[in-house]
Design a protein around this ligand. Sequence first.
Ligand code: HEC
Ligand code: HEC
Length: 408
Amino acid sequence: MNALPAIRPSALLVSILGLLAAPGSTLAGDLDAEIGARLFKRAWVPAPTATKADDGLGPHFDARSCAACHPGAGRASRRLADDGEPREPGLVIRLDRHGAGDPVYGRQLQTGAVAGVAAEARPRLAALPAGEGMRWRVDPGALGYGPLSDETRVSVRAAPALHGLGLLAAVAEGEILTRADPDDRDGDGISGRAARIDGKLGRFGQKATGVAIVDQVAGAFSLDMGLSTPARPAASGDCTATQVDCLGAPSGSDAGGPEIDAEIVRLIGHFVATLPAPTPQSSSRREPGQAGARLFAAIGCAACHAPALAGPAGQPVAAFTDLLLHDLGPGLADAAEGDANAAEWRTAPLWGISSALKRGAGLLHDGRARTVAEAIGWHDGEARRARTGFDGLTVTDRKALIAFIERL
Ligand code: HEC
Ligand code: HEC
């Protein structure tokens, strides 16, 4: 007997297709991206619903849709209410205890819960001024399941913009590996290394834990929204064994299958991959831009923020990242994840910084930096030499360098 499972579009997909396409038409090209865009914005609901089409949210969740944290596929804002509660859900609280989650709260402190299930916490954030920049103080607020483990480390992560990720996905592995120098053989103090996830090169996520865009999609469904996918089959998401109410809540899956099928994951991943790369703002006066770019290379920023990687057809992908992990020192260190230790981060792409700054979003992995200068001030470890190079520039040169970055 042939045991291959029948592939049938989910009820949800059929309902969305009904809005878009005449019966019998096939999915192709832009239509996939358009459906993916709708799914990206779709607000999922708790189970059970009559249709079973779009339920399964939670039991614990941080947001109901991808777009809630990545508004317009852009970066999360760092706006807080007066009491310190984030106004939007894009700042999430990750938990780590020796490479695993907290024994009671799991990998993330979710702020939302379905009816009948205790919410984990309503964290408040406060910006602690520290020298040039600031960092967050996290007050988890009333914890729904007792205290966190003493050994659990709490870290804030800000949702990044998603534009241009399709181009980063297409950069050949060899192009990334040529820049790796894990033992710092060239003696420049910079020892970028490739993240390995089950033997494969990780390039997505702030700690390079994602091999492909769809890994991030499945991870977000599980951790951020409490929805299961074939890659992350637990219907109860990030609930732990001690969260009995959470484990017992109704699931949105039919007969134990995933709440979100592979096709939905693929369509959202396809939408994300087709988001165009950010375009730099044109500079009104040519000279400062060129001077800024020269300084960027001269003081060693470009050693990690590679101005361009070769795309699959040899075209430049001007993301200003090498997609490698670097140790940026103790000030930015929070928790180990995947192949990265606490102090290691994937070089943040600098394209799109102009729109992040325009929207008032913070810089660095947790949005702590309000300006480019503050972000540079946090660079240490492998980036110390570049930072002291920046500090040693004349005021005019510093301005030119910042102006160059602010236009990316
Ligand atoms: C609760 C907020 C939240 C929700 C909901 C959410 N994300 Fe994210 N997303 C984040 C945060 C925070 C990060 C950065 C964390 C990290 O990299 O580990 C991130 C990272 C990503 C990345 C990696 C970006 C990069 O530069 O490598 C992708 C892709 C992504 N999200 C896509 C999605 C998609 C698609 C959905 C919906 C299925 C989604 N996210 C839902 C908060 C969220
Ligand atoms: C050793 C590698 C390395 C060097 C050298 C380096 N950076 Fe970075 N940079 C990183 C990493 C890794 C991050 C992400 C850190 C985080 O998110 O906490 C980052 C983040 C940033 C950010 C924030 C980006 C964002 O989207 O939030 C800016 C701005 C930045 N770097 C500018 C610079 C400038 C300017 C220089 C030169 C003075 C420089 N960097 C040198 C690795 C480096």
